[in-house]
Design a protein around this ligand. Sequence first.
Ligand code: LIP
Length: 282
Amino acid sequence: MLPPETLSSLRQIAAEIACEAGTLIHDMRMAGAEVDATKSSVTDIVTPADHRAEELIVERLRALRPDDGIFAEEGHSAETQTGITWVIDPIDGTVNYLYNLPSFCVSIAATIEDPRSYADGRRAVAAAVYAPRSDELFEAACEQGATRNGQPIHALPPKPLSQSLIATGFGYTRERRLEQHELLGRIIGKVRDIRRLGSAAYDLCLLASGRIDGYFEKGIQPWDWAAAALIATEAGAVTLGLDEHSPAGEKMFIAGAPQTALALQRLIRGDDNVPLSLGSAR
Ligand code: LIP
């Protein structure tokens, strides 16, 4: 594990750059938004702000940490010489950004290799997520807790699944959305309600700050989860994959208080006998 002072420095770097990039994309949005390109489908869009924000983030990181690696959603990458790789989503919630809806954020994580933690074989040791529209800066570093605008945050304790507010999301292809529709059908009748806000990173930060009880999604990418997963786990949540042998990742990403996450996992695996009271502390 890295020394606490190094973790604090990485966290500060992530936070400062996330705020600068968040201010850039916010100001660009005020001047209007357009689609620069599409990726996996015609609805999977990239805007000029995605590119400008990623260029700014990478430029700042290369100036401050020139030997670290880079893995960014819009294409910047570099091998690490230090063991640290920065995983970057310049705008998570890109469609919200295009439609001028509030749930979008900048996600920056300093990660190390760890094959046991997440499906991509790495985990964050310091991270920041900045949501410019609500001016919320979420930060965390390993064993240093998580904060929102400098104040400690904690995930909600478990409650019966039938009283749990659960966030999820849907992919950009029709095939993926039909799979997700089938899964949602198995869950929606067994929880308090569902929220689909359009940004995995922001969903996980809401979970970390006690504003939703749980989260699940199939199909998110390392840049979507890297920073916010550390913020959520440092706030007391756990992250799970499809079963005890599968780490959280693209195939399935589940998060919440331990009992809540386990109850969601059982529902997702098709266990129709999950008691609605499951998730309450025992
Ligand atoms: C988004 C994810 C979200 C998912 C959206 C989209 P993007 O990432 O954060 O959870 O439901 O479909 O993938 O594309 O805005 O960076």
